[in-house]
Every structure is written in C-alpha cells, then in structure tokens.
Design a protein. Structure first.
Length: 362
C-alpha cells in the first residue's frame, strides 16, 4: 500500500501533535510505502502562517502525489481538510483525515464558513477519542468516523529507583525534593488547562494537610504571570515551582520522579482531544488525577492508571491528592503495564492500516 502522508505539524518544531505525527509516520513507514509532505522549519522555530502552509503544502502534495501515485491520502488534522478535498479531486484517490477536536469547535466565522465544511467531504475521519468522535458526528452525521486513540510505548520510562530519579531531578532543577511528596502538571498555561485553578483552589488546602507537598508546573502561556501572582498571594513559594518549558531528559525525569500527575482541565476556550500527557505519565508508572472532561476520559483507565474527577471540584481533587500521597492505592508497575497494553503504538498503527485498506477497497 502506498500512502501519501500530509501534515502541517512535524518535527523539528516542538509540540504534541508534531510528536504523534512523527511517530505515526515512523510506524506506518515500517510496514508500508509512505511519502511524507510536511510543513517543517529547519531551525525548529514556529510554523508559517496557515495560508502559507496551504499554498506550500498544496503545491508539494500535488507534485508528490502525481509522482508517487498513492493508493490513499492521509491528512493529519482537520484544519487541512480543504487541502484534502483538493487532493481528492486532483489525484482521484480516497482521503482519510484525523480529527483532534478543536477543528470541530473552533468558533472563527471565516473558519466555520470556508474551512470546516471540507471536513465533511472526506472519505473517512479518524477521531482520537470518544468525545471527539461524538462531536464530529454531531456536525457531520453522514461522515464515516472511526475512533483510534494515540499510542504509547516505553520511551519515557527510566529504569532507576525513586531516590536515584529524585537525586538526578533535584540536581537538574536545583530544588530540594528528595523526600517530598511530588506532584507534576504539564501543559500550556491557559485557563482550560487548569493550572491557575490548581494553584488557587487546590494547593493551599493540600499544603495545609501535607506541608511539604511540592507541585512542579512545566509549560508556558498567557496565564503564567497570574500563576506567579497566585503562588505569592497564597504563600505557596515553598510548595509550587514553575520550571518553564521542559523537553527530553528533564521531561522524562519529571514523569518518572513524580508521585502523581495532575491534569485539572476546566471548561474554556478550545478542546482537549485526548490527553497525551496523561498517557505519557502513566507509561512511566505515575498515576494520573484528571478531570472527567472531553477526550481526557479516553486517556485514563479509571482505578487502574488513575482517577477521573468532576471538573472544577476542588474538594474531590484535594481529597484524592491527599489520599494518594498518604496511602497510595495503585502500584506503579501495574499502572505502567496497563498503560503500555492499552495504548500501544503497534496496535494504533494496525488500526490505521486496517482502516486504510477498508477505505481503499470500498
């Protein structure tokens, strides 16, 4: 099978969608013949603006398609649906698109009038979570949709003892955390990700019960200054530390050395299509405490890799965090193995290939 793989998000640019695009491309290429057409910045900087991405991708995808003669065209996110529609017409090949969630709910008038309708013209859509599939079906009831979660593997796991991990992380961050209960939150610092809410509503109460509890927050965004103010206003300087953007070994250390990963999403602008950071964390054996919200419900196996709580319910979050710090109810090795079994990149790839064959032969 020959697959034309088209994406506007790909390394060396840094991001979650870039990472999963690269991994899916790698896995598909190991089994089939795949031609990649991607917007990439050699410097690792930001993407070109969307109109430029369309023009550049359209030209290169059409040229590659004519030369490569694919059996199927794969579009890696719904924002590029107009390009998929264009390639379907020109190359006379079926098109499959992955929908992450935000593509369906984005409220911009121009987008909803001129870009979103093309999503309904694809041959088939892949939704990355149950909620994403439901929302896509509400907008495009005639569009065939298959749910396929993103995969995971052992690449984030570090096989060291807790004390060894803490020693390395303490030296890396220059923070005393060797014997402290350690919580970790990672994500864009915007309202819907819940970091500000976590600092304002949850951590003061956790600190009152467990004075040496420490929350590390990684990432950046428009709420960063508000979070710093909340730390100061609530006298949490010894209990909450912002570590900025983290990549590579430091990110792996944070996942592995933490006692709990906290994902307290709240309703706000945008959409959480899946919750890849939750899967990355639990693949290291670190249990997740997350909001029962949007696509996150697909990223946590409740009672086995973590817990799903009512969004914005500080009482529930405080109670669960304190309980799991005081008397952990999940064994880390079990959390890790459950995650690796359920979210397996090999299984994800096989599901994509099975769908590709089905669409080609339909």
């Amino acid at each position: 099978m020959r697959i034309l793989f088209v994406t506007r998000k790909f390394p060396p640019v840094i991001g979650g969608m870039e990472n999963v695009a690269a991994r899916l491309y790698e896995e598909l290429s190991a089994k089939e013949t795949v031609e990649l057409v991607a917007v990439r910045s050699k410097s690792g900087g930001k993407h070109f603006g969307l109109p430029f991405a369309y023009v550049g991708l359209a030209w290169r995808a059409l040229r590659s398609g004519n030369r490569f003669n694919p059996d199927i065209i794969y579009i890696q996110d719904g924002v590029l649906a107009p390009l998929g529609r264009f390639l379907r017409r020109c190359l006379k090949r079926p098109v499959i698109v992955t929908v992450h969630g935000t593509e369906v709910v984005y409220g911009n008038w121009f987008y909803r009038k001129l870009i979103l309708p093309s999503l309904g013209k694809m041959n088939h859509a892949v939704a990355i979570s149950t909620r994403t599939a439901e929302m896509t079906n509400e907008v495009f009831p005639l569009l065939p949709i298959t749910k396929i979660n993103w995969g995971s593997d052992d690449s984030y796991h570090i096989d060291l003892s807790k004390s060894q991990l803490r020693t390395k992380l303490a030296a890396d961050l220059n923070i005393d955390l060797l014997k402290r209960p350690l919580l970790y939150h990672s994500g864009r610092l915007v309202e819907r990700k819940g970091a500000l809410w976590l600092v304002e509503k949850v951590m003061p109460r956790v600190r009152d019960v467990i004075p040496d509890a420490l929350l590390l927050i990684s990432g950046g965004g428009k709420d960063a200054e508000k979070i710093r103010q909340a730390i100061n206003e609530n006298s949490l300087q010894e209990n909450v530390v912002m570590v900025g953007y983290v990549l590579g070994e430091r990110r792996r250390l944070l996942y592995n050395a933490s006692d709990l990963f906290i994902m307290p999403n709240t309703p706000g602008y945008g959409f959480e299509g899946f919750g890849m950071v939750a899967v990355e964390s639990s693949s290291c054996g670190t249990p997740v405490i997350a909001s029962r919200f949007e696509g996150i419900t697909d990223a946590v196996v409740e009672g086995r890799t973590g817990w799903l709580l009512e969004p914005g319910n500080a009482d529930d979050f405080v109670e669960r965090i304190v309980a799991e710090i005081t008397a952990p109810s999940l064994e880390r090795q079990s959390v890790r193995l459950t995650t690796l079994k359920k979210y397996d990149w090999k299984k994800t790839t096989d599901q994509y290939l099975k769908l590709f064959h089905k669409v080609i032969n339909s």
